[in-house]
Structure formats: C-alpha cells, structure tokens
Design a protein around this ligand. Sequence first.
Ligand code: TXA
Ligand code: MG
Length: 338
Amino acid sequence: MNTEIIKINPEKIDQKKIKKAGQAIQDGKIVAFPTETVYGLGANALNEKAIEKIFLAKNRPFYDPLIVHISCLEEIIDLVSELPAIARKLAEKFWPGPLTMVMKKSTKVSDIVTSGLDTVAIRVPVHPVAQALIREAKRPIVAPSANLFTHVSPTNAKHVIDDLQGKVNIIIDSGKTSVGLESTVVDVTELPIQILRLGGVTVEQIMKVTTEVSIANEDNKTKKSPGMLKKHYSPKAKLILVEGKNDKMISNILSIASKYKKNGNKVGIIASSENSDKYIGYLVRVLGNANDLDTCARNLYKQLRLLDEMKCDIIISENYENKGIGRAIMDRLRRASS
Ligand code: TXA
Ligand code: MG
C-alpha cells in the first residue's frame, strides 16, 4: 500500500489537507493522526470493514477493544445507552483532554469496536488536528495508538512511519505530542469509578472531582479491559527498572550495567538530568529533571525507541516518583520490564 504523508501545522491548520484526511476516513481508509497523548490510527467508528483494517495493520488481536474519539460531549448521545452523572462531571472538567471513559454502549456501536463487551471507551482529544479531523470526517473515529501491537506508542510521526509505513493510507505529521503517554482510562459504569489505565489525567486530578475512585489491580484490570496485558508498551531490548532511593539506585544500576556489559551486551540507561553524569561508559538517555515529571513523561517513549534504534540489548531505567503523571511513567516502565 502506498502511504501518503501529510504535514499539518497544528498552529495553522490547512483546511484542504484536513478535508482530504476527513474524506479518507469517510471512504473507509485508515489514517494515522496526532492527539495530545500519542499518535492514533483512525478509522470511521461506524464502518466495520475499515475498523478491521486497523487490527490487521497493527497486528492487534481482536480481543483488544478500541477507544472511540468524538469532538465534543454532545456527540456521545448515539454511542452510549446511559450517561452517568459522574461522567458528565468528569467530562466538564477533563474534556477535551487525555481522559477516556468506559460506559454502557448503545446498539449502534459494533462488537468489533468493543471486542464484544457491553461497554464502550470514549474520549474527546484536545489536539487541534485531532479535533479538526473528527469534525471533517463527520463521524466518530476509533483509534488505537498508531504502533505495532505491544510496541512503544508513537509520540511523533517518525515513530508511526517506522511501524506502519506501507500499511496505512495516510500518516498526518504534526510534530511531537505534548503529553507523551496514553490517556487515563476510567470505568464510570459504577461507583466507585475505577481507573483501568493510568495516563495523562492524574489520579490526584480525578480525586478533586470525586473521592469515589479505585485503581484497578492487575486481575480486575484484565477482566474489565482485555487489552490491558501486563507485558505491553515494550521496547525490543530487555528493560530493567531499578527502584529505590537515589544513591542506592545509582549504585545498583551501575553494578547491573557492568555485569551486562562484561557479558558483551550493549547497555542503555534511562536517567534524569540530575543523574546523567553518573553513568560513564554507557549510553545514557535523559528524560528530564526528576522533579519535572511532565517533561519526563513527554520524553519516555522517544528515548525508549532511540535506545532500540541504537541496538541496545539491555535498557536499565531509574525510577520516578509515584505521584501525578509519575504514576503513569512507573506503570509503563513496570509493564515494559515485566
Ligand atoms: O491516549 C490514548 O488513549 C490513545 C490515543 C490515540 O487516543 N489511544 C490508545 O488506544 O491508547 P489503545 O487502543 O492503544 O488503548 C486503549 C485501551 C486498551 O487498553 C483497551 O483495553 C482499553 O483502552 N479499552 C477500550 N475499550 C474498552 C472497554 N470497553 N472497556 C475497558 N477497556 C477498554
Ligand atoms: Mg496502544
């Protein structure tokens, strides 16, 4: 398949280009596009044949349900059978933005979207190109992250091209994404609401809206959200996450790294800027200042992909503080290392 790459400046959207991409969605084609979290691979949410193409392009198993993207809360009407009061409250606060809500689906939503579940996941992205694309397509758009299944999610167009060129019709290139990790997925069908995936909207932010929140453990996560596999979001290299207090962590990383290096492995290290000069002799990729968790989140996937490109056999990562978006960073690192 010939993949067309269309550059769109998010600050000055070229309507002609968006029209072309919107038309492609209407025509049943698949289009990779930027959101504020990661790039998505989009198709008309009401066209089963088009949706099937997404699974095939990504090599994604059909048991992993998709998120439906709409441009505003009003468009939810056709998709859900009920809109819980808490969903309305969360939407007011976090939409458009990196929050996905799981609700009881309407009969209009196909089983291929939900993998046969009676719920559907819905999100309103804030990225101007995503917004414009949904409006131009005049249809809700299903979009998983635009990477090969289980690979690291794409945070710029090059990542999408590396994984999907030749397998999709269009890739929109609007530069890098701002959040850098996927949306938070929360089941709002019952109270307490349950966070199924940590992401762009933090637990602390949700707690300000309601204290009736639980975070799903691995067991009920996979039951409720079949795509939430423990091993996920992983680079090709083996990843080792070293937890612990700073000095101890650094010395542990150095001793693990030297062991692997002695055995002939190429070792990469994911570090904060404060510690980056501690790992002499290794390939060090910096996420940002350890206190600036937003920046660290934004850079994580890019640096994991870079270390893969550099053909590292082993990636050793520092740990990050378990608060704010740091929880989502740690969640992804734990998964990648499992
Ligand atoms: O930030 C994001 O959410 C990105 C951008 C493109 O919007 N999308 C994304 O999609 O990360 P994907 O397919 O990679 O992850 C969707 C997650 C999966 O873990 C899936 O299991 C869960 O959402 N999910 C989808 N529908 C669900 C449902 N009805 N119930 C529970 N979990 C669901
Ligand atoms: Mg994904």
